[in-house]
Design a protein around this ligand. Sequence first.
Ligand code: DGY
Length: 327
Amino acid sequence: MKVFVSKRIPQEGINMLKEAGLEVFIPEHENLSHEEWLIHCQNNDAILSVGAEFKYDKDFFDQCPDIKTIALYSVGFDHVDIMEANRRNIPIGNTPDVLSKATSDVAFLLMQSVARRASYNFQKVKDGNWGDFDPLHALGQELYGKTLGILGLGRIGFEMAKKSRAAFDMKIIYHNRHRNEEAEQELNAAYVSFEELIAQSDVLSIHASFTPEQKDLFNGSVFEKMKSDAIFINTARGGFQNEKDLYEALTEKKIWGAGLDVTNPEPMSKESPLLELSNVCVLPHIGSATIEARTGMAKIAAENIIAFFKGEKIPYCANPEVYSGKN
Ligand code: DGY
């Protein structure tokens, strides 16, 4: 069985695949064109898929009818047409859990960075503009006792809430498809409607998985209803925010600041007006970029593929409804 690993990943995952007797193909150069990528997909039985630049949509499945499984090197699977994979009975693996701490660390980092204007102040130092002590210039805000609103209180949201509560005694409110009883008991998190979430949060942090219906969920009319000193944090997917509206909300002081690890599109253009604002911090989608998380992701992705080829149930499956462990 041949596995196409679409970009280099930590060696532990590759070793696992080879030790399981699978033939591993890793392209020599990494910036594949769509055509090159498609040819590799057609020449292999499984894909260990790194990055989200190419979509797994109906066209893809039509053009690669022999692909048996796709193990994503990500927890998010918004670049896969899951209905289409279901129709063809193709299991899609993903990598939850191992990146929850790392990704929530980035949300926590952005929250503090925006609250204390860290990137603005760092830029001043780099520009040779340290400045004199000024009791009124570029003041931040403290987070102690404030309300953290979480959209999507799953594994990553839980970690963000836990840290924020421990560090700043923040009150946790959340909005989700389902109630999270563990968070309600352990973190005293309160379930609220979406309208209450946006109106009551001092910091609003997105940790939900993204679907096309949620595109531009955070638009002008939502920013309008948020507190004028609210901080907006997104480490989930850039599609949640309308960036033009976010820019207006920030410049018109409808909200206080924004910290983004995800943008729409990615990469963000260096011409984006958001980058000119002193109350914005943008990172280049580094949520899972730690040695520990990326190694864990490599191992899980390999585990998913190995399980499939052994005819076992995939341990981390984004569409478990279609697949019960027969290949
Ligand atoms: C994920 O795992 O979904 C991260 O956002 C990386 O794409």
